[in-house]
Design a protein around this ligand. Structure first.
Ligand code: SF4
Length: 64
């Protein structure tokens, strides 16, 4: 199955928690967040894409 890589820029993240509200791969980490997994399968793509789209500072990028 195809895998997708997530790139997360913690420096850019402002800790708004929007990603954690749309995708359970994203969890609170101190005053910011972290992904549980940096490599996701196709069936995890939709919710992680939502996290990518909702992030106001583009800290989340999914590589295809
Ligand atoms: S949506 Fe973006 S800025 Fe907000 S907590 Fe998630 S990664 Fe950080």
């Amino acid at each position: 199955m195809k895998k997708f890589k997530i790139k997360f820029d913690r420096e850019v993240c402002i800790g708004c928690q929007a990603c954690t509200s749309v995708c359970d791969n994203w969890i609170r980490d101190g005053d910011k967040v972290k992904p549980k997994k940096l490599e996701i399968s196709e069936n995890e793509l939709k919710s992680n894409k939502e996290a990518e789209d909702i992030c106001p500072v583009n800290a989340i990028k999914i590589e295809k």
